[in-house]
Design a protein around this ligand. Structure first.
Ligand code: GAR
Length: 207
């Protein structure tokens, strides 16, 4: 059984998609062992509680320095003994020590077709605002491994979503979630649980 730790900051709809996929049996061979949030008020924490999943809040605000927070965060992750860490709308920079220790065992979902509309400061609704500003006709979502850069790690899965003439950032965000994110993230976890994802020459390959 793949032990999955999910890190969240907000509403947790991607966490919910993962929970649903496991409870329905669509994704087998993986279970969520813990949810970590940096935000005490994240609705994602209620979602975890409703499904009997252990959760905890670790916020940089509760520590005197970033180093102290990073240490506490890594310690908590280590204690959970995860096989896979899923960043599902987690808005905290992952400490470099954690990236090194869990190399190719941390995945992130991003709401665009990387390398478009990604990088530092480009997250959540801002991604969709930028896509509409640029006037692209197609956007989507990406699941990728986390490396030392921002949204630069090996790409595991991507799915395209059409942009409609009347879209607002909100309507586009919802369509990208429904058509891409909530499909891709459970699928990526399933593929990893099946041992079918590898990394060769910096690129993810699905066997
Ligand atoms: C999702 O759209 C996710 O792709 C995005 O934040 C949202 C979280 O929603 N993540 C990023 O932008 C990361 N760069 P959720 O809390 O409802 O899953």
């Amino acid at each position: 059984m793949l032990r999955v730790l999910v890190c969240v900051s907000g509403g947790g709809t991607n966490l919910q998609a993962l929970i649903d996929s496991m409870e329905s049996g669509a994704v087998k061979g993986a279970k969520i062992i813990r949810v970590i949030s940096n935000n005490r008020n994240a609705y994602a924490l209620e979602r975890a509680a409703k499904h009997g999943i252990a959760s905890e809040c670790i916020s940089p605000k509760d520590y005197d320095s970033r180093e102290e927070f990073n240490r506490a965060f890594l310690q908590s992750v280590d204690q959970a003994e995860p096989d896979l860490i899923v960043l599902a709308g987690f808005l905290v920079v992952i400490p470099p020590e954690m990236i090194a220790k869990y190399r190719n065992r941390i995945i992130n979902i991003h709401p665009s077709l990387i390398p478009s509309f990604c990088g530092t400061g480009c997250y959540g609704l801002k991604v969709h605002e930028k896509a509409l500003e640029r006037g692209v006709k197609v956007t989507g979502a990406t699941v990728h491994y986390v490396d030392e850069g921002t949204d630069t790690g090996p790409i595991i899965l991507q799915k395209a979503v059409e942009i409609l003439p009347d879209d607002t950032p909100q309507t586009l965000q919802r369509r990208v979630m429904e058509q891409a994110e909530w499909v891709l993230l459970p699928r990526a976890v399933e593929l990893i649980a099946e041992g079918r994802v590898g990394v060769e020459d910096g690129r993810a390959v699905i066997r």
